[in-house]
Design a protein around this ligand. Structure first.
Ligand code: PHE
Length: 339
């Protein structure tokens, strides 16, 4: 009898159930009325008086082991079915989540890439600027509205220190510290005191470009930007220039590209004109060159500046600029590395 109990105990300890049905079979086998344990208690009557105490203890020990086994397996199996019901599979291996670049970074890098292929270097500068680099050197008159508190985030007044309103400030720094030929673009974050909406934000990103050398003409500006537009938006892209005004360029223009959404036929993105505005540009005003110690008799140059948000919206057909700043994973995951 002792060996029988030991065998049962071994069987109980090693028992595993993957379904509640198997566990029920196990229960019936051991503790139902006709099960093995009641059987042992039946045989107990024939045990010698001297061995009864020991046998009694062994059978009780076995019975407890069976009961504990049933309780623990039942708990485990029930927990398992509840995760199945919730649709979770806890046995799945952990899936590595691929990180992704922010759409603004993707487009900024692409802009840098396009211009670096035609010899432009990348310059960076501070986000907190003084009046000279953000305004005065760029030929902004003292009473220009952009200097107003309404448009610019001032940190200090007299002398004025502000968050830069464009990355033209970086180009002033480049001109101060080098002589032509200069071919550079300056990507970066800029700040303007604007109400936040689907089309505007108080923080956004720009890439501005500057080219200064002898004999640089508007034709060079036009070809450079035409090349950019085709690389960025496709071979069939057309461009057009509209006269505009910036204090630091003369003449100044705004450049439109043919709407890449409707192909120029007219849609709500291009407001049924077939064209969308993409950047500001012009020939660098001689006053700007002189402010930065560049001989305006000898050198001429062109400059341009574009918003990265706007370019990204056109490239990916995104209709609300606020999406770039909300970090909603459902938006960002559409740009992950596997797409
Ligand atoms: N600095 C201008 C802006 O912030 C863009 C621009 C740059 C326009 C260079 C013309 C030439 O909007």
């Amino acid at each position: 009898m002792k060996t029988r109990i030991a065998e049962y105990l071994k069987d109980v300890e090693s028992f595993k159930a993957s379904t509640l049905e198997q566990l029920e079979e196990f229960r019936i086998k051991y503790i139902s009325k006709k099960g093995l344990i009641p059987g042992l208690f039946g045989d107990f009557r024939n045990v010698d008086a001297a061995d009864r105490k020991e046998m009694g203890q062994l059978i009780n020990h076995l019975k407890t082991a069976v009961q504990e086994k049933i309780v623990s397996l039942k708990d485990a199996l029930e927990a398992d079915t509840s995760t199945q019901e919730s649709g979770m599979d806890l046995t799945l291996p952990a899936m590595p989540t691929l990180g992704s670049r922010h759409p603004l970074s993707i487009v900024r890098n692409e802009i840098i890439d396009i211009f670096s292929r035609i010899g432009f270097s990348v310059s960076e500068g501070p986000e907190i600027e003084d009046d000279f680099h953000n305004f005065s050197a760029l030929n902004f008159p003292p009473d220009h509205p952009a200097r107003d508190m309404q448009d610019t985030f001032f940190i200090e007044k007299n002398p004025d220190i502000a968050l830069r309103t464009h990355t033209s400030s970086v180009q002033v720094r480049v001109m101060e510290n080098s002589q032509p030929p200069i071919r550079t673009i300056s990507p970066g974050r800029v700040f303007r005191n604007e109400a936040i909406s689907a089309r505007a934000h108080c923080i956004f990103h720009q890439v501005e470009g500057l080219y200064i050398d002898t004999d640089v003409s508007f034709a060079d500006l036009k070809q450079t930007l035409f090349y950019f537009a085709k690389e960025m938006f496709g071979e069939d892209t057309k461009i057009r220039f509209r006269p505009s005004y910036f204090p630091f360029t003369e003449p100044s223009a705004e450049m439109d590209i043919s709407c890449n959404i409707c192909g120029g036929k007219g849609c709500n993105i291009c407001k049924y004109t077939g064209w969308v505005e993409i950047l500001g540009c012009g020939m660098v005003d001689p006053n700007v060159l002189e402010s930065c110690n560049i001989d305006s008799e000898k050198y001429t140059g062109f400059a341009f500046g574009m918003g990265v948000e706007r370019t990204t919206m056109l490239k990916y057909q995104i209709n609300d600029l606020r999406l770039f700043f909300e970090n909603d994973l459902r938006f960002l995951q559409q740009f992950d590395a596997s797409h």
